[in-house]
Design a protein around this ligand. Structure first.
Ligand SMILES: Cc1cc2nc3c(=O)[nH]c(=O)nc-3n(C[C@H](O)[C@H](O)[C@H](O)COP(=O)(O)OP(=O)(O)OC[C@H]3O[C@@H](n4cnc5c(N)ncnc54)[C@H](O)[C@@H]3O)c2cc1C
Length: 533
């Protein structure tokens, strides 16, 4: 069963070793002992539903609570510390396109706000019901999870949009195929959610972001159904699929999607390499990306992330031996770990690995072919559970991300990190900040930053700290010319920074598309951009 307070399955835990707890206490201070509010107290907060009756709508308190928030830090404080104060008025699980069409009609007739719900893994406030305006109905796509068609001639598969990562790959694997979209939220996030938030999977270097994987789909909008042409490529004017990608449910409900798939790879390997400094590692990564090697993943951690990964592994003895070995080979305290993936067949993987090794060595790097790569792949969907454990220990952890051209990566990173690190000094609080580059392109890369600070005894204070840190980092991103989001989307949390990226005319175009497809604003009001009444 899925947790209501925190991430993931209630039975899965990520234990933090005592040595790592000591490291955190030393780095940001001893945490306060804090406990979550009880579920009973949250359930008691839920007011009566304001929805006019409709068959199939569930109004019981637990359903409404489960659909009230996503996974933004703001959402965590709401759900764990009891600040949550808006709830959907009901939840429905449609089974067919016709049912979805009727729901949109119902919303139009009764002026209801619909929030489609995929896996609930949004980290930017996509799912929060507004605190004013019409009642909200959460439309959970969880029953629409079937493979509808597998076309092996075209290498395409059509799925219902509520299919989750594991369900989707399970359908394909049985037949020898793979989509290859593995965001870290894969365990719960869904195809529909990926498409409308422009999500990016960990092996995007081989499989691509969600955009090139998306061939066509069916969108039910308040202005009618919208089908996109089913062609491999087209020059027939602007590509309308791009108004759906990133639309964050403002235009309608995606009911199904046809995706490009691949045959299962014959062989897949994950290994590690080390560079003596981040700056050397970044230069190497740029060269590797521009050499367009046949790799599936590249993830370069900065020195603090590398050290924190070691600390959290719980393998004290192994880490101590590894560090001695790395030191001997010139990979000292500023060492940075690269995890890379090879996906293909034996010959292509061997060739890519050799080419990579050559570039790594040219940059004073060192290849490590045992343990680290395997450990990373084994734990890749477990790592998000660390946030639960840290929260319970008294630490708030959040992440943010951007993408910058290569020539701006180093300065951009410095500037964002320094805003975060110094963001709470006026309170005498320390912030642990670390980063990695995980999606590379020939002209630039994404930057993913994690920051951790102490929760305050007063949850408003914890939230205030987050707002200050997030605000300062977001302003630094804008000032550096980076995108406000490479993969998480806009939701509510990134709205103040969207105009800087799109410009006044761009904002006007987005606004007009929303008004055309949803003239009465029944779709996910106030997310992505706020329209006038
Ligand atoms: C631990 C963790 C790790 C993450 N890692 C990554 C990562 O590696 N890469 C990445 O890109 N993101 C990541 N995310 C963010 C998140 O998983 C993605 O944004 C994901 O695409 C959301 O999918 P979902 O199905 O959970 O959507 P939800 O969170 O349920 O919804 C997100 C938005 O999509 C809308 N929506 C959902 N389904 C539909 C539909 N069928 N039609 C219309 N609108 C719909 C919702 O209304 C909402 O506006 C992570 C989040 C967490 C919590």
């Amino acid at each position: 069963m899925k947790r209501i307070q925190g991430w993931g399955n209630i039975q899965t835990e990520y234990l933090v070793p005592e040595s790592a707890q000591a490291y955190l206490a030393q780095t940001v201070g001893n945490p306060f002992t804090l406990t979550n509010v009880t579920l009973e107290s949250l359930l008691k907060k839920i007011p009566p539903s304001n929805l006019p009756s409709h068959p199939g709508i569930l109004v019981d308190a637990e359903e409404r609570l489960r659909h009230a928030r996503g996974q933004s830090l703001n959402d965590w404080v709401d759900m764990c510390d009891g600040l949550v104060n808006t709830f959907p008025d009901g939840v429905i699980y449609p089974n067919t396109i016709e049912e979805i069409r009727n729901l949109i009609q119902y919303a139009e007739t009764h002026k209801i706000n619909l929030i489609p719900y995929g896996g609930g893994s949004s980290v930017v406030g996509h799912l929060t019901p507004p605190n004013e305006g019409p009642p909200t109905l959460s439309v959970d796509l969880g029953h629409m999870n079937q493979l509808m068609d597998l076309n092996t001639e075209n290498l395409e598969a059509t799925f219902e949009a509520g299919v989750s990562g594991p369900q989707l790959e399970d359908h394909l694997k049985k037949q020898g195929y793979v989509l290859g979209h593995f965001p870290q939220s894969w365990e719960y996030s869904t195809l529909g959610g990926w498409i409308v938030t422009r999500s990016v999977g960990q092996q995007s270097y081989h499989y691509g972001r969600i955009e090139p994987l998306f061939v066509t789909g069916h969108l039910e909008t308040p202005s009618g159904p919208l089908d996109f042409p089913h062609v491999p490529k087209s020059a027939a004017g602007p590509d309308l699929r791009h108004i759906l990608l990133g639309s964050e449910a403002r235009l309608g409900i995606l009911t199904q999607a046809t995706m490009r798939i691949r045959r299962l790879p014959e062989e897949e390997n994950f290994y590690a390499a080390f560079f003596p400094t981040f700056s050397i590692g970044v230069d190497a990564l740029r060269e590797i990306a521009q050499a367009e090697l046949n790799l599936s993943m590249l993830r370069l951690s900065d020195p603090i992330e590398t050290e924190t990964t070691f600390q959290l592994s719980g393998e004290e003895k192994l880490v101590s031996i590894a560090k001695k070995g790395l030191n001997l080979f010139g990979q000292g305290d500023e060492r940075c770990m690269l995890i890379y993936g090879l996906t293909g067949n034996h010959a292509s993987n061997t060739l890519a690995d050799r080419q990579l090794a050559h570039l790594v060595r040219n940059h004073q790097g060192m290849m490590v072919k045992f343990y680290l790569g395997e450990a990373w792949i084994e734990k890749r969907f477990l790592t998000p559970y660390l946030r639960n454990t840290l929260w319970d220990l008294g630490y708030a952890l959040d992440t943010l991300e951007t993408a910058l051209p290569w020539h701006k990566i180093q300065q951009g990173r410095q500037s964002i990190i320094s805003e975060l690190k110094g963001g709470l000094t006026d309170e005498g609080e320390k912030v642990l900040v670390f980063s990695h580059i995980s999606h590379v392109y020939t002209n630039g890369a994404s930057l993913y930053i994690t920051y951790l600070y102490r929760r305050a005894p007063d949850p408003h204070h914890t939230l205030d700290r987050w707002k200050r840190l997030k605000g300062a980092a977001s302003q630094a991103i804008v000032a550096q010319g980076g995108t406000i989001t490479h993969q998480h989307g806009i939701g509510m949390d990134h709205q103040p920074y969207l105009a800087a990226e799109k410009g006044p005319l761009g904002m006007c175009i987005i606004e007009n598309i929303i008004k055309d497809l949803d003239p009465n604003q029944v779709m996910n009001r106030q997310k992505l951009i706020k329209l006038g009444k």
